[in-house]
Design a protein around this ligand. Structure first.
Ligand SMILES: Nc1ncnc2c1ncn2[C@@H]1O[C@H](COP(=O)(O)OP(=O)(O)OP(=O)(O)O)[C@@H](O)[C@H]1O
Ligand SMILES: [Mg+2]
Length: 165
């Protein structure tokens, strides 16, 4: 419709159509994002945390090295929260860090499951500066766990989540 209006002398009409299209795309994107955040990925359900994290790492635009060892599956809510921690931390590395390399480690010291995402970027992350890290902190806390962000300026960022099994 906008293209048609552009052909004639109705530039104003075209502009309002484009505004409307943009609003609808933004709305759709927001809904898609919410949906995607709520969905438990099939790979996580079927194969567990490690393959799902490997897939996230492979999809990143950065060089991501994964070091992981887990003896068994954990509660679905725990797997899900840790998966989304890695997803958000990797997204943040690509968006904010200017990093070259990211290390993801997964392990199970002393009855907890732990994930650590550490980049070699600019540091200076502020968990109160956006909704991503804050939301993760709430989600991890609801499972009795802790989320720590260590991010000295110029020295990279480490995000560590620990949740009881
Ligand atoms: N790996 C990182 N390196 C450098 N800065 C970071 C890193 N991760 C986060 N930050 C900084 O901390 C802020 C908070 O991160 P957070 O994920 O909560 O929000 P966001 O990514 O800006 O927005 P959202 O996650 O809600 O889309 C970011 O705005 C960014 O300035
Ligand atoms: Mg973020």
């Amino acid at each position: 419709m906008a293209r048609g209006a552009l052909d004639g002398a109705a530039a104003e009409r075209a502009e309002s159509l484009l505004d409307r299209a943009l609003r609808e795309v933004e709305l759709g994107l927001g809904e898609l994002r919410e949906l995607a955040q709520g969905i438990h990925p099939a790979m996580l359900t079927e194969q567990g945390l490690l393959p799902a994290i490997e897939a996230l790492a492979a999809r990143s635009t950065l060089t991501v090295v994964v070091e992981a060892e887990l003896s068994a599956r954990t509660r679905p809510a725990v797997e899900s929260a840790l998966y989304f921690t890695v997803a958000e931390a990797l997204t943040n590395c690509a968006k904010h860090a200017g990093a070259h390399r990211v290390e993801v480690s997964v392990g199970e010291p002393e009855g907890v499951v732990e994930v650590l995402v550490a980049d070699d970027g600019r540091g200076g992350a502020d968990a109160e500066g956006g909704s991503g890290l804050r939301g993760l902190g709430d989600r991890i806390a609801a499972l009795g766990g802790t989320l720590d962000v260590t991010s000295p300026a110029g020295e990279g960022t480490a995000v560590r989540a620990r949740v009881p099994r």
